[in-house]
Ligand binder design. Sequence first.
Ligand code: BEZ
Ligand code: FE
Length: 323
Amino acid sequence: MSDIRNDGSAVAGSAAASPGGELFSEERSADVVAASFADTPDSRLREVLTALTRHLHEFIKEVELTEEEWTTAIEFLTATGQKCDPVRQEFVLLSDVLGVSMLVETINHRAGGGTESTVLGPFHMVESPERELGANIALDGKGEACLVTGTVTDPTGKPLPRALIDVWQANEDGFYDVQQPELQPERNLRGLFSADDEGQFWFRSIVPRYYPIPTDGPVGSLLAATRRHPIRPAHMHFIVTAPGHRPVTTHLFVADSPYIDSDAVFGVKESLVRQFPLVDDPTRAAELGLANPFRTVHFDVALLPLSAAEAQGAGHVDLEDRP
Ligand code: BEZ
Ligand code: FE
């Protein structure tokens, strides 16, 4: 046993008190470490660190973690950090494949009558260009044509005129424009639309394809080691906003897409899955400027009203306000 002098050196023969006053032991490890956070002035930080300590210690005891395994874990986390750069966020990807992104997202956006939310994903990295209602966001004209329609309302069905609908999706080969700058036109399959006076929106696009999340980093190795596939089922991304309402970040999933029941990031919610029926109507196709036959999909979005407190801090970005 030793005591600590003012200069930090140990004095043999007396006990070294931990910050909480109790020596470390296997049985009481979590309590000893949790006690060290007792004086944290920020009560939320104290609560989170204390719970984290308890669960982490419980987990290590449950699996009797070996020193080799802990070293492997540290090396994995180190590699995860090293894979990050300004456009690649491997930690978020790790959180995605562990279902943590979806859990945090879901508990913070309980639907309560509004459209359910899902993960943002890494490909909203460029701003969507403003487009007129009806515009075709498939700038390269490739893929199976699709008319997308919907209405933005509050949970009672009251339309939200001029709601903003930000859309982005992968192409028919399962790549976003930013992944193929040499092959796809800039801002291909992206658009920012302003709903009409009845809250309605419509635009032309293509049916998206399923695609793999990035697998060339530690998260890819984790999936391979656990025999998990890296595929996300076909989807379109949406962020919908309206003044005085809670924005929603969500997807529209293609009902018969492969992998619809095994999304690599657990993003599928039943309420977000839609059929994309085929329409064979040359006259309608010509009116729309689409090849016949074409697909259609309808996606109504309900936004929750902001509480007075939330409204104080929240802003709606008008198309005119955007740079
Ligand atoms: C996406 O849908 O764009 C996505 C989401 C999570 C991880 C990777 C991609
Ligand atoms: Fe995506």
